[in-house]
Design a protein around this ligand. Structure first.
Ligand code: KG4
Ligand code: ZN
Length: 337
């Protein structure tokens, strides 16, 4: 069965075709970064309008590139939330409209479930159960994953998400948008010589708090000479603080659950230093570690097509409703079987 996947939760229009036996057939991503760059961040209304312009041409392009006729598509998976409501509505309305027209099921996919299952697109996917660290622009979650839809939250951010902390800190340092990749590129030219805190690591528990790091960055920056090298050193110190904090919490989560598999996904998991440090933690804990390839760490249609396909195969029932939820805790998902 071919499943069309549609992702429009934020500033990227993603379309993919996944086949239940053959795997990923095709995926395309259109990024709105250049458009939002001018404003220093994502402008929700512009994001929605651009999804409207790009989505149907990208679906056409994907079907043509894969040499698949629309009559061969067995289901359409779309991101139903969480995300920007206008942007979500574009994907949800197009997906549901096409599903009605083509007389096939539309499956509403949770964006973070998409991220969580992204490593399944790789040649050596993890088996269940596993501990997942999800680090994106809107979420920082540690989850015990027993099977698809069976998610127990072990810890989460009490304030800024990890990606949000990268983005806000980048803005403070004048690096612009998108902040995460820019801050991480600058960090590679610096030394982590400033002593940043590792928030909430001095007490038990698996929750996170990253908002204090941006204040710390600002104070450190003002007390520095503000040279390019100082900026790079501050970026490196910030990045190391986030990486070590995540590493400490992942180690605790592995020890607490006794699970020997760690999955790391979401936009921030593209970060090289975070990947390297978490790989070391897994080695020390004798656990296996799984990351999606960098293009499937950030938002994409492939992870949505995959998640929707699995839910369809598990017998998730067809819904005629157009579902879009700006807020949608992943703990509310139900396992299909
Ligand atoms: O998963 P994602 O593409 O979108 C959301 O679901 O939010 O994550 C985007 C986040 C942004 O905050 C972005 O700055 C961050 O991931 N990000 C990075 C890197 N690449 C993307 N953060 C740190 N280092 C990176 N290399
Ligand atoms: Zn995402």
């Amino acid at each position: 069965m071919y499943v069309l996947g549609i992702e429009t939760s934020c500033d990227e229009t993603g379309v993919a075709i996944y086949h239940s036996q053959q795997g990923l057939i095709q995926h395309v991503l259109y990024s709105q970064v250049d458009m939002h760059n001018e404003y220093g961040g994502v402008v929700p209304e512009l994001a929605s309008r651009d999804h409207i312009r790009k989505l149907i041409p990208l679906i056409d392009e994907s079907l043509q590139a894969a040499k698949i006729n629309k009559s061969e598509i067995g289901g359409i998976a779309y991101t139903a939330g969480p995300g920007l409501i206008g942007a979500l509505l574009v994907g949800a309305a197009v997906a549901t409209g096409l599903a009605w027209a083509w007389q096939i099921p539309a499956i509403a996919v949770h964006h973070m479930e998409g991220h969580l299952l992204a490593p399944m697109l790789e040649p050596n996917p993890p088996a269940f159960p596993f501990v997942a660290l999800l680090i994106s622009g809107g979420h920082t979650l540690l989850v015990e994953v027993n099977k698809i839809g069976d998610y127990e939250i072990l810890g989460e951010s009490l304030d800024d998400a990890a990606g949000e902390a990268f983005d806000k800190t980048a803005k403070l340092l004048g690096l612009g948008y998108p902040g995460g990749p820019r801050l991480s590129a600058l960090a590679e030219q610096g030394e982590p010589r400033f002593k940043f805190p590792r928030p909430m690591t001095d007490r038990p528990g698996l929750d996170f708090s990253f908002s204090g790091l941006k204040t710390f960055t600002l104070n450190t920056y003002h007390a520095s000479t503000k040279s390019q090298q100082d900026k790079a050193d501050i970026a490196a110190s910030f990045q190391q603080a986030v990486a070590e904090t995540l590493a400490i919490k992942c180690k605790r989560a592995l020890q607490q659950t006794g699970i020997k598999r760690l999955v790391v996904a979401g936009g921030v998991s593209a970060n090289k230093q975070i990947r390297a440090l978490l790989t070391l933690v897994a080695e020390k804990e004798k656990a296996e570690i799984y990351f999606p390839r960098p293009e499937f760490c950030t938002d994409n249609g492939a992870m949505i097509a995959y998640a929707g396909c699995q839910r369809l195969l598990l017998g998730e029932s067809r819904s005629l409703a157009i579902l879009a939820k700006a807020r949608w805790p992943i703990s509310q998902l139900k396992s299909v079987v």
